[in-house]
Design a protein around this ligand. Structure first.
Ligand code: ASP
Length: 296
């Protein structure tokens, strides 16, 4: 891929470092640690202007947000993937890589933190999600649809860097975790009872993300069990199983009374990543967790 991309005459010199050759469904703590360490080393190397991570698409949004929360926002970090295998007709891998090079080598890419480049669009880590199983335009952004449009020969940003102030400070928002606490996603379904909540607490979950119906809702018995968990010190974040939209506080569920956190624009997978990072940084109080979800 590096040779093929280098041969395209892109405005960058590419050097590569293998981290893991796995399906991204198997990404986890050891791979994330290695990836984070490699990114920090590249950050510290003045000869490197930007970082491109080739990554499977299934968990790209999780890795992107984890790195976005734990790396400084200065040098651009770009995740690229492929929806079609390299030997498929109309494979998109090389084009996404070429687009990623275009973005990572652009002077205006700094101060935007971690981005995902797929389907000729550039997404911020906080906004991006995989929204389709099989299309080359499977990635979508919310609430910002995208930050830029890109092709191998052009790049159009739609606004100034959204993390410029943090980039100037030069520090990551959160410390890299020493370990990741067990945080589970519980998907709500009509007619379910409270037993799954009890089971999650029984295996020692330190936090629960509800992938709720509608605006992060669940049957009353489930909300009651989650309220008991929250009041016993296990943070509960309400997100939505619906593909897109805000989950705001106190709309239909009384978050103030129940002690819940509203995930705002983050879907369940990214809400879990943020909650793990917060807990690993000693942040578990519902108000402080909510402030982090509001500010991400
Ligand atoms: N399951 C694969 C992965 O996420 C799909 C892909 O390569 O995009 O690694």
């Amino acid at each position: 891929m590096l040779e093929a991309a280098s041969a395209l005459g892109l405005p960058a010199q590419l050097v590569g470092e293998p981290i893991a050759q796995i399906g991204s469904q198997d990404m986890g703590w050891p791979q994330w640690q290695a990836l984070h360490a490699a990114c920090l080393a590249a950050y510290a190397d003045p000869s490197i202007a930007g970082i491109i991570i080739t990554h499977g698409t299934d968990t790209a949004e999780e890795t992107a947000l984890l790195l976005d929360l734990t790396l400084p926002a200065g040098k651009p970090v770009v995740l690229v993937g492929a929806m079609r295998p390299a030997d498929a007709v109309g494979s998109d891998g090389l084009r996404n890589l070429a687009n990623g090079v275009r973005v990572a080598s652009d002077v205006q890419a700094a101060g935007r933190g971690v981005m995902v480049v797929m389907g000729d669009a550039v997404f911020a880590a906080v906004d991006v999600r995989k929204a389709a199983t099989a299309n080359i335009d499977a990635f979508k952004g919310f609430p910002r649809a995208s930050l830029a449009r890109v092709t191998p020969s052009s790049l159009t940003w739609f606004g100034p860097p959204h993390r410029a102030e943090e980039a100037a400070i030069g520090r990551a928002r959160y410390d890299w975790p020493k370990a990741l606490p067990r945080v589970a996603i519980l998907t709500a379904g009509a007619g379910m009872d409270a037993e799954p909540v009890k089971a999650l607490l029984g295996i020692g979950c330190k936090g629960i993300v509800l992938a709720g119906m509608g605006q992060g809702n669940a049957p009353s018995v489930v909300l009651d069990a989650l309220e008991a968990a929250a009041k016993a010190g296990v943070p509960v974040v309400r997100s939505a199983r619906v593909d897109e939209g805000m989950v705001d506080r106190n709309v239909e569920v009384d978050d103030d009374a129940r002690g819940f956190v509203a995930a705002r624009a983050l879907g369940p997978a990214k809400a879990r990543v943020l909650l793990m990072v917060l807990l690993a940084n000693g942040i578990s109080d519902a108000r402080a967790v909510q402030a982090a979800f509001d500010g991400v």
